[in-house]
Design a protein around this ligand. Structure first.
Ligand code: HEM
Ligand code: MTE
Ligand code: MO
Length: 404
């Protein structure tokens, strides 16, 4: 491979060039933070793919109905680990950013490619974490749709992490085996052209720490992550609600102690949902319809199920209503049928959803929430609620059901 260094003999270093002498930065510190970061990104990736699957389950493998809390747990873990990863990423970048200032900036084609892969990794990770964070805070000013970009970026992030691990393996091995208080320090000493040999490993005496120690850096990073996690997870782990500073949507903040994703007014259903002539139309081999009085008469089944929003908040609640499977059977279907429930809401992505597989036998058409007739914002007069189902698929303001 032609060597760039031979082509352009290293230009002189600019007269003003930053110096980095902090003994706090070292391969041992970076490798430990990197290990945590890898675990966090891996967890985000796996739980994110689960969320994607539950949003769009395969026909041949419909989502299971149990454990009922699974989506609450996996999506809560996704958003909490994701947000808690932000301080960790910042510390990781702090620990390595002097590498940006090594001279000359590019030494060979191989080195240039390695720099490019680091650039892709860092930029995709930053965009992923920050857009995810703001989306979970319900503030999304970017012009591109969140879900698809977030998923494709996830492939880029995970791919570039794997490449990064492969390239840095020797450094990682060295860093994890070195004691935090000892080991090399990241200085201005020349970076080896050969990434397989560690730059400073063992060539420098351990520096005398000044002020905060390397252990202190790791402890501070851990504390930062812990504080962010604890103040976020309150949006899904009810006992931590009181400290949920970053958890903007919590159960006390909506009617009947459940947050509201979109109100009846926003969905433009205020009038139709209150229409006294409302009825539930059921289509299938034997179509029929139920009046409000008939629906309420059948609404004797009670169950405890959470609303688990894809955006990370969730809250447990008690629901009363009629069993979907009873309606399906009366229409001539059975537990193997598929069902599409339709909302009075007519535009947007919430107008209907499909129930399939085990959920058909477990879903409830709810009329009551936490002991009261459904609030208009929670889907009055009738809404779907099903175990282990993303909140977004628990359609509100139902008026029609198709059994097929
Ligand atoms: C601050 C960090 C993060 C936050 C707050 C966050 C938040 C979210 C939210 C709210 C969703 C649901 C989107 C929806 O269906 O409306 C989601 C889905 C997802 N997330 Fe994240 N995320 C973060 C980081 C990550 C990371 C680091 C990865 C992977 C490396 C990742 C991978 C995914 C995937 C694959 C999905 C499924 C997308 C789909 O349904 O097609 N996320 N995330
Ligand atoms: N018709 C309709 N159904 C809907 C929505 C909606 O906007 N319109 N929001 C969904 C989302 S994203 C969630 S998280 C839950 C929230 O239910 P809640 O508002 O009763 O808490 O309802 C789901 N069902
Ligand atoms: Mo949601």
């Amino acid at each position: 491979m032609p060597d760039l260094k031979q082509l352009l003999t290293a230009p002189p270093k600019p007269p003003i060039w930053p110096k980095f002498n902090s003994p706090l930065r070292s391969t041992a510190v970076t490798a430990r933070i990197g290990r945590l970061l890898g675990i966090a990104f891996g967890t985000c990736f796996v739980t994110g793919m689960l969320s994607h699957y539950q949003y769009h389950p395969w026909t041949w493998l419909p989502e299971p109905a149990s454990p009922a809390l699974a989506y609450r747990v996996t999506q809560g873990v996704h958003v909490t680990t994701g947000i808690a990863t932000i301080p960790l990423l910042l510390v990781k970048l702090w620990s390595v950013y002097p590498n940006l200032f090594r001279w000359p900036p590019i030494r060979s084609i191989r080195h240039a490619l390695e720099r490019l892969s680091v650039f892709v990794l860092v930029s995709s990770a930053i965009v992923q974490l920050f857009t995810g964070f703001f989306n979970a805070l319900n503030w999304y000013p970017w012009p591109w749709g969140f879900v698809n970009v977030h998923r494709y970026l996830a492939y880029v992030v995970i791919g570039s992490i794997l490449l990064h691990l492969a390239v840095k393996l020797p450094d990682i091995k060295y860093g994890l085996s070195a004691k935090v208080a000892e080991g090399d320090v990241l200085t201005e000493s020349p970076w080896s052209d050969n990434p397989a040999s560690h730059s400073n490993a063992g060539t420098l005496p351990p520096p005398e720490p000044t002020g905060i120690s390397r252990r202190g850096v790791l402890t501070a990073a851990g504390a930062g992550v812990g504080i962010v996690a604890v103040t976020t997870v309150g949006q899904t782990l009810t006992p931590l609600e009181p400290v949920g500073l970053l958890a903007i949507r919590q159960s006390p903040k909506g009617p009947q102690r459940v947050p509201v994703n979109r109100t009846a007014q926003q969905a433009n259903v205020l009038k139709v949902a209150k229409d006294p002539a409302w009825k539930l139309d059921v289509q299938g081999p034997h179509p029929f319809s139920l009046s409000m009085a008939e629906v309420l008469e059948m609404a004797v089944h009670e169950t405890g199920l959470p609303i688990s929003c894809v955006e990370g908040w969730s809250v447990g609640a008690t629901w009363r209503g009629l069993k979907l499977i009873d309606v399906v059977r009366r229409a001539g279907g059975n537990s193997g049928s598929s069902v599409r429930v339709h909302s009075l809401e007519k535009v947007g992505s919430y107008t209907n959803s499909v129930v399939r597989g085990p959920q058909v036998s477990h879903a409830l058409l709810a009329t009551h929430l936490n002991g009261q007739r459904l609030d208009i914002d929670h889907g009055y007069p009738l809404r779907l609620i099903s175990p282990n189902r993303p909140g977004v698929l628990n359609t509100k303001w139902l008026n029609r059901i198709e059994v097929y």
